[in-house]
Design a protein around this ligand. Structure first.
Ligand SMILES: Cc1ncc(C[n+]2csc(CCOP(=O)(O)OP(=O)(O)O)c2C)c(N)n1
Ligand SMILES: [Mg+2]
Length: 795
């Protein structure tokens, strides 16, 4: 009896000790993070770093939330969350400073190799080959972004993936990617950024689909200087969201209000809400109120300009760390000296980390400076008449207390300009070496650089049986997708009208019945989060085909494609990738919003995504195969008016692959080269056939993909033969036709082979009007091509 009492007491004491240790650990991380903010700001103000944005005022809610972030979970947040990163061990303080200094060495800043501003964290998700790592046993941080609310759309997909892993029998075997869909996606956002459409679209979709998305709103009352009353209905995001509240028999969202300074209350609410998300896949929103911002928004300004003295005073009194300290004291968890010790320790620790990060960042640069100084001394000895200029350069470099790589290249480049090749060979050699090194540091990893880079994927010819049937274009795709989904269990397709009716052009007709509602499904009309959901799924190792119903509506989903997908591999130096395939259809059909060809917009905004513009559905299938063999994202623009054209059905639908970046000559000729793609090719071919009767022989080339573009310079070979070239497309003047023109003339040196001036033929600089005449007079037509060719022939 006695024994059991003392055992209980011991257990209680042990758990009290463990509890106290846990609280003190949290307090330490909070203090450490505050110190990072204070020192970080100084580093910017003294010029060692360019810009800083910090998480001061948000420390306590973040140490609390970190307790419930488990291996396998995902985080998609914004720039205020350094404390969360430290508390979860997903960033060290030294790494934080390395990123602040823009250290390009990934051993120092593993999150972004200096490519991102501070507090834009990322954890490794793929290896160099593009294969997914074991994501179940690590804490996963989706790479940060600066655009407000940009983290929302992909957070939806990160959460949705858990649901799919739990509910799709075909995914049961992928144990490295999910444990029965238990993974929660933590998503943070500032109060002001909830004004963005991204927030509302994501919340609605999460509440409709019931996915384990947990949103934390850090409500500090301001978006830079603009207060909450201009941002949010009723001045409160939880009030504004009341209609979304989940009830027992409805879908919806669980909404909690918590105070940023209430450590115990935060832990309690987070424990309950996150459990609901994890176990029952109910989305949750924590409205974290009374958050402060001790140093203001960022290093770009001071908050005294827009906060009243009363507000500033309130923020000082309700600082979350101050309040946590009071709570620890009130509950007599430790003596005050112990807290003072912690506060003292962390100051020294953070200073040490900063020093370490600075030395690591600076020492390779210093080494380069020494090399350059030696080189310049040698140049002065060899070129006495240039002594004055060279000495001035050397002085400039030596006097620069914090030189950067660009300062070194500037001096080296100029030293080369003022000396002759007879003496500067060694300098040139060093300069070229640094140029290569800097290109690797600053310009690499737009795409995967391993064996599965798209350019390394071998093409396989389509094969046809002797009695191969001619079928409609959409039937080619339908048969293709049917085989594809049987063969690849990680594939998912979704979008507006994709599920039940199998897309508006029947590419997926009947396939939901065959493969189930998990694999092929309808979504709401929400292009932004259709893309976001695809991004998140792709980041979790699935292969989503996200459909945008018409190319004209890609604009609604462009922001995450441009800011997130296209930059992800680059901005993480290859540790993350979202190999989403966006399927859409465009070019000629009817009216202003069903006939678009905004290719210039796409080319300008989507570098980092392969852009495929197949002329027919067989080519499309071959390109899908190539994209799926690779590990990078792709955009497939099928031709709207091609679904009902007959094509011969290949017998190796799943195996043949169209090489990206390799144009195809679809009609040979000797007099003039016409370069085009997609549905305009039919016009070009029709014109070429007509011109044949006038004894003008046109070579028609299908570029097939705009990114990559003609990697072997085969268009140049055609131009060498014909000496005349016309670029035709349906984009506005100065769009993709101008892009192709530039590629062939400048990059391929095509201008050397011209007999007459090269031309582009495009749509009018406005959208086409409705009806067949609107199309004819708005877009380039066959007669336009004939006339342009005849003019060029008579020049
Ligand atoms: C799309 C976009 N618009 C504007 C900005 C500039 N900007 C950066 S942070 C910010 C305010 C964000 O306020 P809030 O969401 O409340 O977050 P807080 O910084 O207060 O934590 C603004 C306007 C941006 N980064 N992205
Ligand atoms: Mg705010």
């Amino acid at each position: 009896m006695n024994g059991s009492i003392s055992n209980d007491m011991l257990a209680e004491k042990l758990s009290f000790d463990a509890f106290r240790e846990e609280v003190l650990k949290d307090y330490r991380v909070a203090c450490e993070s505050r110190e990072v903010s204070l020192l970080g700001r100084k580093e910017v103000l003294t010029g060692k770093a360019k810009f800083g944005i910090f998480g001061d005022g948000k420390e306590v809610p973040q140490v609390a939330m970190a307790k419930f972030f488990r291996p396998g979970d995902f985080y998609s947040g914004y720039y205020r969350d350094q404390t969360f990163a430290f508390a979860t061990g997903t960033s060290t303080v030294t790494e934080f400073f390395a990123q602040l200094y823009a250290d390009p060495d990934t051993a120092h800043d593993p999150h972004s190799g200096g490519r991102q501003m501070n507090s834009h964290f990322a954890s490794p998700m793929v290896n160099k080959q593009g294969d997914f790592l074991d994501l179940v046993n690590r804490k996963n941080i989706a790479a940060g972004m600066a655009p407000t609310a940009a983290q929302m759309p992909r957070a939806l997909g990160l959460a949705l993936a858990s649901k799919l892993f739990r509910e799709t029998s075909e995914l049961k075997g992928f144990e490295d990617l999910s444990h029965n869909g238990d993974e929660v996606c933590f998503c943070t956002i500032g109060d002001a950024s909830t004004s963005e459409g991204h927030f509302w679209e994501t919340v609605n979709a999460a509440a409709v689909m019931q996915v384990p998305l947990v949103i934390f709103v850090w409500d500090d009352g301001y978006g830079i200087s603009v207060p909450r009353k201009y941002q949010t209905t009723k001045g409160s995001i939880s009030e504004a969201l009341k209609g979304f509240q989940k009830k027992e028999d409805t879908n919806g969202l669980m909404i909690y209000k918590v105070k940023a300074w209430d450590y115990a209350g935060l832990c309690e609410s987070f424990e309950e809400g996150i459990r609901l998300a994890r176990e029952r896949h109910i989305p949750v929103l924590f409205h974290v109120e009374e958050v402060t911002q001790p140093q203001g928004h960022s290093t770009s300004g001071s908050h005294e300009r827009y906060k009243t003295p009363e507000r500033l005073e309130w923020e000082r009194n309700w600082d979350c760390i101050k309040k946590m300290r009071e709570w620890i004291m009130t509950n007599m968890l430790v003596a005050e000296e112990d807290l003072v010790d912690i506060e003292h320790d962390v100051k020294q620790h953070v200073r040490d980390c900063r020093q370490l990060a600075w030395e690591a960042f600076f020492s390779p640069v210093k080494e380069q400076v020494n090399h350059v100084v030696n080189h310049i001394d040698q140049l002065i000895a060899d070129t006495p008449d240039r002594e004055e200029m060279l000495a001035a350069m050397k002085t400039e470099l030596i006097q620069n207390r914090e030189p950067l790589r660009r300062d070194i290249m500037k001096i080296l480049g100029r030293a080369l300009q003022v000396t002759s090749p007879s003496v500067n060979g060694a300098v040139l050699h060093y300069y070229e070496h640094l140029k290569k090194e800097n290109a690797q540091l600053y310009n690499s990893h737009l795409f995967n650089e391993g064996a599965r880079n798209i350019l390394n994927i071998r093409p396989v010819e389509a094969e046809y049986a002797a009695d191969a049937p001619m079928v409609n274009g959409y039937e080619i795709l339908n048969r293709y997708f049917s085989q594809l989904f049987a063969a690849n269990q990680k594939l998912f397709a979704f979008g507006e009208d994709v599920g039940q009716i199998g897309d508006v052009n029947q590419g997926f007709a009947g396939l939901q019945e065959k493969f189930g509602k998990q694999r092929i499904f309808d979504t709401g009309i929400r292009e932004l989060t259709i893309i976001g959901q695809g991004i998140g799924m792709a980041m979790r190792g699935l292969r989503p085909i996200a459909e945008i119903q018409y190319l004209d509506y890609l604009l609604y989903g462009l922001q995450p494609l441009s800011d997130d997908v296209a930059t992800l591999h680059f901005r993480t130096v290859g540790i993350q990738s979202a190999p989403i395939i966006v399927r859409t259809r465009g070019h000629r059909l009817e009216g202003m919003w069903h006939s678009g060809s905004p290719m210039g917009m796409i080319l300008g905004s989507l570098r980092g995504i392969h852009i495929c513009v197949p002329r027919n559905m067989v080519q499309a299938a071959g390109m899908y195969n190539t994209l799926l063999e690779g590990v990078d994202p792709g955009l497939m623009i099928e031709s709207l008016n091609g679904y009902r054209l007959k094509e011969k059905l290949p017998s190796n639908l799943l195996d043949f692959r169209v090489a990206l970046g390799v144009p195809e000559i679809i009609k040979e000729g000797n007099d003039l080269t016409i370069v085009s793609y997609g549905s305009t090719l039919r016009i070009a071919t029709e014109a070429a056939e007509f011109l044949e009767q006038l004894n003008i022989s046109c070579e028609v080339i299908d570029v097939q993909t705009l990114l990559p573009f003609d990697i072997h310079h085969s268009i140049l070979e055609s131009l060498k033969k014909t000496s005349r070239i016309l670029f035709v497309d349906e984009d506005v003047p100065g769009g993709a036709a101008a892009y192709m023109f530039n590629k062939v003339m400048e990059e391929q040196g095509g201008y050397r082979w011209l007999d007459v001036s090269p031309r582009t033929l495009t749509s009018q600089p406005h959208r086409p009007g409705y009806g067949s005449d609107g199309d004819y007079f708005g877009k380039p037509n066959t007669e336009d091509v004939i006339a342009a060719v005849k003019e060029m022939m008579s020049e």
